[in-house]
Write a protein that binds this ligand. Structure first.
Ligand code: ADP
Ligand code: MG
Length: 312
């Protein structure tokens, strides 16, 4: 049985509303919250917060253990999606991995959206050409999806552009809540079509614009955290690639190294399986750097953005 926040002892409609506004939409999120964070973000006493958390632990569906063989069977299905550049694929150990989130971060014009377009085409390729023979879902938050560009890239791969466009399901997300809801929609779509790629371009722009100021940071991180976990679930359940883009904010306090930091900080960083930092170079060249990968060596490659798409 599914319980709601109102089922918790001592939580009436008003407190439930406050909790939801603070991003605690599921019992599981309350069950794993810290009393201090909960008290601070919702504006209740720590004692009350503690009680709510203990109750949530009792009612929440905390999931169950899986035996290793089940995980092994699922992991065996992990495959790779080509980026269009063989050097880039090599850096990634063969391409973008299914059942994982790959984050591309970089400044404006660094090629994030171009790469997303290329992936939406490549996912449709046969397996022996680095594709996954599947459809793509494209959550577009900045209104930068361009069918004309897809057509160009499809033609370069000798694919029928109309057929390719038909297998890319695009939705504009008008705000961060809409963006979160669209992942549920994508989950439904994946029951109807073989969706093997989910793109969120950009993951963080709405969150960044809507939650400004120190006071709303906790709330923003809560929601981003939930969003990332929804995305990871999509990746696992559909054996799909999830690719997200992220901007950088300059960190003028940093005196050495590159003074740019991805938005969303540790929340995004810890949930994304692979992080790629994109930098502009001369002309159409871009430098892609793999960062903090669990199983691959860090390194960087040069890619090009050309008429045909992403290439060596
Ligand atoms: P970001 O999403 O990181 O802000 P984009 O992916 O939009 O950046 O990258 C924009 C770059 O892609 C521009 O520098 C532009 O020159 C290049 N680009 C866009 N369309 C084409 C095309 N049809 N042919 C070649 N290069 C292109
Ligand atoms: Mg972009």
């Amino acid at each position: 049985e599914e319980y709601t926040l109102e089922d918790l002892p001592g939580v009436g409609p008003t407190t439930a509303e406050k909790l939801r506004e603070a991003g605690y939409t599921d019992l599981i999120e309350l069950a794993v919250a810290s009393p201090k964070d909960l008290a601070d973000t919702v504006g209740i006493g720590e004692g009350v917060a503690q009680k709510i958390i203990l109750a949530a632990r009792k009612y929440a569906n905390v999931g169950s253990f899986e035996t290793g063989d089940v995980i092994y069977e699922r992991r065996k299905k992990v495959t790779k999606l080509t980026t269009g550049s063989s050097d880039f694929d090599t850096l990634l150990g063969g391409g973008l991995e299914t059942q994982a989130i790959t984050e591309f971060f970089g400044e404006f014009g660094s090629g994030k959206t171009q790469i997303m377009h290329q992936l939406a085409v490549n996912v449709q390729l046969p397996k022996d050409k680095g594709g996954l023979e599947g459809h793509a879902v494209y959550i577009d938050t900045e209104n930068t999806f361009r069918p004309e560009r897809i057509k160009q890239m499809a033609e370069a791969l000798e694919l029928d552009p109309v057929e390719v466009l038909k297998k890319i399901h695009v939705a504009r997300a008008f705000n961060s809540n809409h963006q979160i809801l669209l992942v549920d929609k994508a989950m439904e779509l994946a029951k109807e079509y073989p969706v093997r790629l989910l793109i969120v371009d950009s993951l963080t722009a709405h969150f960044r614009a809507e939650y400004v100021g120190r006071g709303s940071l906790a709330e923003r991180q809560q929601l981003l955290n939930k969003h990332m976990h929804d995305l990871l679930k999509f990746a696992d359940l559909n054996n799909a690639v999830v690719a997200v883009t992220n901007q950088v904010s300059s960190n003028p306090g940093m005196m050495f190294g590159d003074p740019t930091q991805p938005i969303g900080g540790n929340i995004v960083g810890h949930t994304a399986t692979y992080r790629i930092y994109l930098r502009k170079s001369r002309g159409n060249k871009r430098i892609a750097r793999l960062i903090d990968s669990p199983a691959l060596p860090d390194g960087e490659v040069v890619i090009k953005i050309v008429k045909e798409g992403i290439r060596d």
